[in-house]
Design a protein around this ligand. Structure first.
Ligand SMILES: Cc1cc2nc3c(=O)[nH]c(=O)nc-3n(C[C@H](O)[C@H](O)[C@H](O)COP(=O)(O)O)c2cc1C
Length: 388
């Protein structure tokens, strides 16, 4: 039977996760918006990009070290911010924070994490970047920014692709509310998954680690989409971004950009890097795959700032594909969440091992000694590779 000990891939971990988690918890992690076309196109767009192997290149031990903002990381991929991640397994947030420290990879801490930003900064030991959603609630942003600063975060990521909550049909069908409302359907789901239910009960039902009692009371019990409406500002504009820029001293990244003009406006507003992302297909089901939106953004921004990418990374070769199209670093969300859900806190390491070993193997096949030398010419269809 498939388990974490014989899982060969991230999709194997997903299958184990599906067995272990109550359906509402698995669907929260796994699901995408509406018909999930975008969720699937994030994968198919990667799969269409063929990299042409080059042999007899004398590659020994390929190097994967990558530098951004003057910091050197051991691998060219990191962990995307995930709110409410302890739904995967109790302690999931802390497990990814520790993984980031152990493996020296970047980790974006979600402001909607189940664990508070101070504990995650300590556990990630300098490898954590703080991700914020600008809030509709008076004063909340300034409080979070002040806490992030004093916890030692240097890099701030602002996510802009939730002007309206993503309509995730699976969550609507499951009646997912925070804190859980114990409907007969959810009780039956919990009883069918006793291991997750008992562990979760023992550690406390996951909530939002960063919001004080007063904010939580204002939020009350609501569907996740309604909580997002209460918490996140729906009418952000470029002036809001400029105001945020003025408040933060270190590097500021904008996450959730898909249009080249928005990328250019982000640079004008003072952003130091752009994360091309469609939120893993959880927001606008009619939009492009993030990797498909990348080339136009790379060509418009002309290397003025680093361009990062997430959404759809499941294989080590996807990280090479993103780099070949010009992304400096790739991030993955669900690849880590599936590992956590499948293997508990130890599962984050399993996800990392799979991605990193696939990446190193791909570099060997592609004749690349150093990840930094991955080039667009390696893609099929590029001049020099047009033999069909
Ligand atoms: C369970 C879950 C929670 C998420 N929460 C956040 C969040 O709080 N902030 C954010 O910017 N993005 C959030 N995202 C989006 C991820 O940061 C990332 O963009 C996405 O997962 C990348 O796609 P992938 O899962 O295919 O790797 C979340 C994604 C998932 C799966």
């Amino acid at each position: 039977m498939l388990s974490t000990s014989n899982a060969a891939s991230i999709s194997d971990l997903r299958l184990v996760a599906r067995r272990r988690l109550p359906q509402f918890a698995f669907d929260f992690i796994d699901g995408g918006a509406e018909d999930e076309i975008n969720l699937r196109s994030n994968r198919s767009a990667f799969q269409k990009l063929e990299l042409v192997p080059r042999y007899l290149a004398g590659v020994s031990d390929p190097k994967t070290e990558t530098e951004i903002f003057g910091v050197s990381y051991s691998a060219p991929f990191g962990i995307s911010p995930m709110g409410f991640l302890n739904m995967a397994w109790p302690g999931a947030d802390l497990a990814v924070a520790r993984l980031a420290a152990r493996q020296n990879i970047p980790y974006m801490v979600s402001s909607a994490a189940s664990t508070n930003l101070e504990d995650l900064a300590t556990a990630a030991d300098g490898n954590a970047w703080f991700q914020i959603y600008l809030s509709a609630m008076q004063g909340l942003d300034d409080q979070l920014l002040a806490r992030a600063r004093s916890a030692g975060y240097k890099i701030l990521v602002v996510t802009v692709d939730v002007p309206r909550p993503g309509k995730r049909d699976r969550d609507v069908r499951n009646g997912l509310e925070i804190p859980f409302r114990l409907t007969p359907r959810i009780i039956a789901d919990l009883m069918l998954h006793p291991r997750w239910s008992l562990e979760t009960l023992k550690h406390g039902v996951p909530g939002f680690g960063n919001f004080d009692q007063e904010s939580m009371e204002k939020i009350g019990t609501q569907s996740l989409a309604d909580i997002q409406k209460t918490l996140f500002s729906q009418d952000l504009d470029w002036d809001d971004l400029r105001r945020l820029r003025d408040k933060w001293n270190g590097p500021l990244l904008i996450k959730g950009i898909l249009h080249p003009e928005d990328a250019l406006k982000s640079i004008d507003a003072g952003c130091d890097a752009i994360v091309v992302s469609n939120h893993g297909g959880r927001q606008a089901d009619y939009g492009p795959a993030a990797i498909a939106a990348l080339p136009a953004i790379i060509s418009a921004t002309k290397s003025k700032v680093p361009i990062l990418l997430d959404s759809g990374i499941r294989r080590g070769a996807d990280i090479v594909r993103a780099k070949a199209l010009g992304a400096s670093l790739a991030f993955a969300g669900r690849a880590f969440a599936y590992g956590l859900a499948a293997g508990g806190t130890a599962g984050a390491q399993i996800s990392y091992n799979i991605l990193q070993s696939e990446l190193v193997a791909a570099l060997g096949q592609l004749g690349v000694q150093d990840f930094s030398s991955v080039r667009e010419e390696m893609l099929m269809g590029h001049a020099g590779n047009q033999h069909r």
